[in-house]
Design a protein around this ligand. Structure first.
Ligand code: TA6
Length: 284
């Protein structure tokens, strides 16, 4: 039985749907962005805004945007798009594999030529794999094919669906140093992360994080490889109201726990070197 199929999604954007014994998932070729991950007999794990825009040139608000080759604002050129180009370019499908355990793996490739038209970068190879099985595994692999160092930062900017953000807590970051963006300050996390206002923090942490969601009586585990930073974000009321692709009350049902290498954890690939950034997401 074929576990994947290609179809036209919102805005006519081509997408691929995976359906196997473990879960259903949907990935947009635009941005190689996982937009849906729903284990069998469970609610959707990922969140997508009902106000999201499905148009080339604008990042889709939700799922797992691929932020690369930089996280946040471009380090030197304010005219460049926030969070890089990967999430606003089409990634051709290069692999679709039905795995022995019944899972499914898709592979996408980012065209260096598509980026070269927009920004000068060392010659690279970038691929993204999505594996839907007992867990959801998303892996960004980058290789430096040039003879010069390749500096970059990035994130798998995962949006998660929760029942009530006011009751959610994120474990695993106790004692971690973080940059608090709204405060503009370096801080140290005390206990679990809870939410009673805008939270926009870049933690220096490689820890596994659990999103404990009492309202929906579940825990979402976010494990990772190749990531020294964990970003936690909820825009809360005022910032949500300022975003046209984010419903005013949608902040109550979502948060981001991002698998990243950001700020001091930015990477530099030596000539010929390769690196990966992986998020492994599961329900507990
Ligand atoms: O990951 C958190 C963050 O950097 C926030 O500061 C906020 O800007 C969010 O990403 C979303 O960014 P976007 O460009 O997708 O609106």
């Amino acid at each position: 039985m074929s576990s994947y199929s290609i179809f036209d999604g919102p805005g006519g954007l081509p997408m691929v749907r995976i359906a196997n014994a473990f879960a259903e998932a949907e990935v947009s070729f635009y941005g190689a962005q996982v937009l849906r991950y729903q284990p069998r007999d469970a609610r959707p794990v990922l969140w997508v805004s009902e106000q999201s825009v499905y148009r080339y040139g604008k990042a889709i608000r939700g799922g797992i945007p691929v932020c690369w080759p930089w996280f946040g604002a471009h380090p030197g050129d304010p005219a460049q798009p926030a969070h890089g180009y990967a999430r606003i370019l089409a990634w051709p499908l290069i692999e679709a594999v039905e795995l022995p355990d019944g899972g499914t793996r898709l592979g996408f490739a980012l065209s260096p030529q598509a980026l070269a038209e927009r920004i000068a970068l060392p010659d690279f190879d970038a691929t993204l794999s999505v594996t839907v099985g007992r867990e959801l595994e998303v892996v960004l692999k980058v290789a430096n094919l040039s003879r010069v160092p390749f500096p970059y930062s990035g994130a798998l900017h995962s949006y998660f669906a929760v029942g009530d953000i006011g009751r959610v807590r994120v474990t695993g970051l106790d004692g971690a140093n973080y940059f608090d963006a709204p405060a503009g300050a370096e801080c140290v996390q005390a206990g679990d992360v809870t939410f009673a206002g805008e939270v926009d923090r870049v933690y220096r942490s490689e820890a596994v994080c659990d999103i404990v969601d009492p309202a929906w009586e579940r825990t979402i585990r976010v494990a990772k490889r190749g990531s020294a930073s964990t970003v936690v974000w909820n825009p809360w009321i005022d910032k949500a109201a300022r975003m046209s692709d984010f419903g005013d009350r949608e902040y109550q049902g979502m948060l981001c726990v991002e698998t990243a290498n950001a700020r001091e954890d930015a990477r530099t690939l030596a000539p010929g070197a390769a690196g990966e950034l992986a998020a492994i997401i599961s329900l507990r």
